[in-house]
Design a protein around this ligand. Structure first.
Ligand SMILES: C[S@@+](CC[C@H](N)C(=O)[O-])C[C@H]1O[C@@H](n2cnc3c(N)ncnc32)[C@H](O)[C@@H]1O
Length: 225
């Protein structure tokens, strides 16, 4: 079921039934993953989240309180949906969590969360109107489809970060927070300087739940100027 861009989830679909369906599809890939990844994937399944990436956001939330009950939160690159579910749980009934992704979110979402299919590089007027503005937090866990060419992948990742920051600067209220995944490549320092210039404080954070070998890190802007 799908209206323009907005995904419509059947009533009552938020819960284990949907999660079980999603996890079954992924079971064949399990053998290739390391034990730590397996542990977190199993934990995510038990906790009813479609991806283990949720634990990264949980760690950041615990340390920096980037969201609170009643907030409006925008999640860029929200599929398969773990961050969006968690953000919806944090903001509760009085808040709203909105996600955008190139791909459908196939799991049920809390009532406080909505997912839209779209490309952050090309948000048309209809999607922009549906998303609105006045956000207390903008999150980006976006990652490009990898090509295997490190220079190309790093450049694409940087473009996603730049667009996330530009979106954050446009849609965040003063005092709002920003969380963005970035790979530590040649553009990293320039991006950190940009975040520094728009927020009162900024922090770099590598969650415990990130693979140790990964070059990914999260940059957190606290208090949009
Ligand atoms: C690592 S996944 C996000 C996982 C998500 N945080 C979760 O917890 O379920 C990265 C996502 O970024 C999305 N993405 C990449 N480029 C995008 C773009 N131009 N616009 C919107 N989403 C994009 C991908 O489709 C992918 O679903």
């Amino acid at each position: 079921m799908e209206e323009y861009g907005r995904q419509v989830v059947p009533p009552g679909a938020y819960g284990r039934y949907q999660m079980d369906g999603l996890m079954k599809k992924n079971r064949g890939k399990q053998g290739k993953k390391n034990q730590w990844a397996d542990h977190l994937t199993a934990r995510a399944k038990a906790d009813n989240y479609p991806a283990r990436s949720v634990y990264k956001l949980m760690e950041m939330q615990k340390k920096f309180q980037v969201m609170k009950n009643g907030d409006r939160v925008l999640d860029l690159g929200c599929a398969p949906g773990s961050w969006l579910i968690y953000a919806g749980e944090i903001v509760g009934k009085k808040g709203r969590a909105v996600g955008i992704d190139l791909n459908n979110v196939e799991v049920g979402l809390p009532d406080s969360a909505d997912a839209f299919v779209g490309d952050v590089f090309h948000m048309d007027d209809q999607l922009a109107a549906a998303v609105g503005s006045g956000y207390n937090a903008v999150l980006s866990d976006m990652a490009p489809a990898t090509t295997g060419r490190k220079d190309i992948d790093a450049a694409r990742s940087f473009e996603l970060c730049r667009t996330a920051l530009e979106t954050g600067c446009r849609l965040l209220v003063p005092g709002g927070n920003f969380v963005c995944k970035i790979f530590q490549g040649s553009d990293f320092k320039a991006f950190e300087s940009s975040v520094k210039s728009y927020f009162s404080r900024h922090k770099l954070f590598k969650p415990e739940s990130c693979r140790k070998s990964s070059k990914e890190i999260y940059i957190i802007g606290i208090g949009k100027e």
